[in-house]
Design a protein around this ligand. Structure first.
Ligand SMILES: [Zn+2]
Ligand SMILES: [Zn+2]
Length: 152
């Protein structure tokens, strides 16, 4: 959403500290990956990348770090496909997500205006998730190239 907003380790440490957590190296690395990679990773993807950097890192530590960061509101969970949780940086301007049906990529899109005004009165709403689904430009291109090959 926000253009290439890169969070330094110092900023991330401060965010974790303000959230009331101990800024351990693993928590900083997990938050940094979610905040800076902009790819809405799953816990497995985070583990896969970070285990290169921290050979002693366990999957449990990644899960525990994610849970702690979700709890203090720094990370939010996106439940897009059954059982597959993806993680996004929580302190961001409201945005919606596009999910590619072909490659599964999740891309930030703008939030349609006035979404919060069309809710039914009497409900306390604490979270609004908007998802668009379809095919991303890269997959569309690939498909077109394949089709033109077939036609030639
Ligand atoms: Zn795609
Ligand atoms: Zn997002």
């Amino acid at each position: 959403m926000c253009k290439e907003n890169h969070y330094s380790d110092r900023q991330l440490t401060e965010m974790i500290h303000k959230g009331g957590l101990r800024p351990s190296a693993q928590r900083i690395a997990v938050l940094s990956f979610v905040a800076n990679a902009k790819r809405h990773p799953t816990a497995d993807e985070i583990y896969g990348v970070l285990s290169d950097k921290f050979p002693s890192l366990s999957k449990t530590t990644v899960y525990n770090s994610l849970h702690a960061l979700v709890e203090v509101g720094l990370i939010r969970e996106l439940e897009i496909e059954s059982g597959n949780r993806h993680y996004d940086l929580a302190p961001q301007p409201p945005h919606s997500h596009f999910v590619c049906r072909t490659c599964g990529k999740i891309v930030d899109m703008s939030m349609p205006e006035g979404v919060s005004e069309i809710t039914t009165p009497g409900f306390q709403i604490d979270c609004i998730d908007v998802y668009f689904k379809g095919i991303c430009p890269e997959c569309l291109n690939k498909k077109q190239r394949q089709n033109s090959k077939l036609n030639n």
